[in-house]
Design a protein around this ligand. Structure first.
Ligand code: KG4
Ligand code: ZN
Length: 385
């Protein structure tokens, strides 16, 4: 690409680029810069900056994301967040200097809240036009799926190498976020087939709704995980009442979480407010176990039936420590030689570096076909394919 010439002294490098990622699909305004070098040996992934302006505090009092407020906050913050990401990446205040370095803009075009998506997309299109840069529209879910490849920003001087991931395919990917729960068969980078998904609530949504029922606040995933952590030594006064594991044994790869939320509600109503409050850690623990059990069982079943070499966990719910721990234990116990890949904690929830990375893979697959800002449109219901 234009501004970052291939290093003539290293004939092995055939792509060397800086990608600006922009993400506004839900309630995080995010921007980041990713450096990528592709050589004959593989590709090197080097995040230079990742700035996230979270709206969690604002939405907390409503118990969930309020779309109108989300888009208002994106509008207020996007320019500041992008500026900060560029400044951090290149250690420079000069717009001219940082702009000259960027080779590609990657922006989320869906799925997500339409008003939120449009703010990021229109901002990115304006930059592409003003700076005369190519732009690529990215599927947010593909960003999540690839985020396991990203090395931590805390380890800034140690880029990860994509070549070590050459032998992981085919892969089963469990994508679990606030809006999605999907199982995908991944034959190779950018070759996805959805084999199962939730019929009602997403796993993250189930955590969020469960936390609301338990009076634990928003977002529900971390709140339930923290409450469940308090339940270390089994409470002798209270025998945990088992919650259902919906569709755990069904013949397909679909999920259903709305019944689990209702079962929790009935359990709390049956116990009464005082008792439910007293035993809240035990109840949160069982609720978390139920979600984790279903996710793990279905994913391992898919991996074994589709004979995949690895499993990737992705999306906000993959931040859940208990889920990761149980997953690994189950795989080890089963004796199956399936490798488990999870993103670094900082990339489990929405960020722009994963969007930049997905933009890169799209760029090398599609070439310059999709780089015209006039051709990119937001799609709130965009699917992974
Ligand atoms: O991927 P994400 O940031 O946004 C969407 O694209 O939806 O995922 C957000 C979801 C929320 O539902 C949140 O409760 C859940 O991820 N989450 C967790 C944890 N951290 C975030 N769920 C379980 N355990 C966690 N530690
Ligand atoms: Zn997400």
């Amino acid at each position: 690409m234009g501004s970052n010439p291939i290093d003539a002294t290293d004939s092995l490098i055939f792509i060397f680029m800086f990608i600006l990622g922009i993400e506004t699909s839900c309630d995080e305004t995010a921007a980041g810069v990713l450096e990528i070098r592709k050589t004959r040996a593989g590709f090197f992934i080097h995040p230079l900056s990742s700035v996230i302006s979270s709206q969690v505090k604002m939405h907390r009092k409503y118990g969930g994301v309020v779309p109108m407020l989300a888009s208002r906050e994106h509008t207020k913050n996007i320019s500041i967040v992008v500026k900060k990401a560029l400044k951090q990446a290149f250690q420079s205040e000069s717009e001219k200097e940082v702009v000259s370095k960027i080779d590609l803009i990657a922006v989320t075009k869906g799925p997500g809240l339409i008003l939120s998506l449009l703010i990021g997309l229109n901002f990115a299109k304006t930059l592409a036009w003003k700076w005369n840069k190519p732009i690529i529209g990215v599927n947010h879910l593909e960003g999540h799926l690839l985020s396991f490849l990203l090395p931590s920003l805390k380890n800034k001087d140690n880029p990860s190498t994509g070549s070590s991931y050459k032998n992981i395919f085919p892969v089963t990917c469990l994508l679990v976020s606030g809006g999605h729960t999907q199982l995908a068969y991944v034959k190779n980078f950018r070759k996805y087939k959805i084999i199962g998904e939730t019929r009602d609530d997403a796993a993250g949504e189930c955590f969020d709704k469960g936390a609301r029922i338990l009076g634990l606040g928003y977002p529900g995933g971390p709140a339930i995980a923290a409450e469940a952590e308090k339940y270390r030594i089994p409470n002798t006064e209270y025998r945990i009442q088992k919650l259902p594991r919906p569709m755990a044994d069904s013949d397909d790869y679909d999920f259903s979480f709305s019944g689990l939320k209702t079962a929790l509600l009935y359990l709390i109503q049956g116990l009464g407010t005082k008792k439910a409050k007293k035993h809240s850690p035990a109840i949160a623990y069982e609720f978390q176990e139920a979600i984790a059990d279903v996710l793990i069982k279905k994913t391992i079943k898919a991996s074994s039936e589709f004979k995949t070499k690895s499993i990737i966990l992705a999306g906000g719910v993959s931040a859940n420590e208990r889920l990761k721990e149980k997953f690994q234990k189950k795989l080890t116990k089963s004796g199956m030689k399936i490798k488990l890949f999870v993103p670094q904690l900082e990339y489990t929830t929405d960020n722009a570096i994963m969007i930049a990375l997905a933009g890169f893979f799209q760029y090398i697959k599609q070439g310059k076909k999709s780089l015209n800002w006039k051709k990119i449109e937001a799609d709130a219901n965009l699917r992974l394919r």
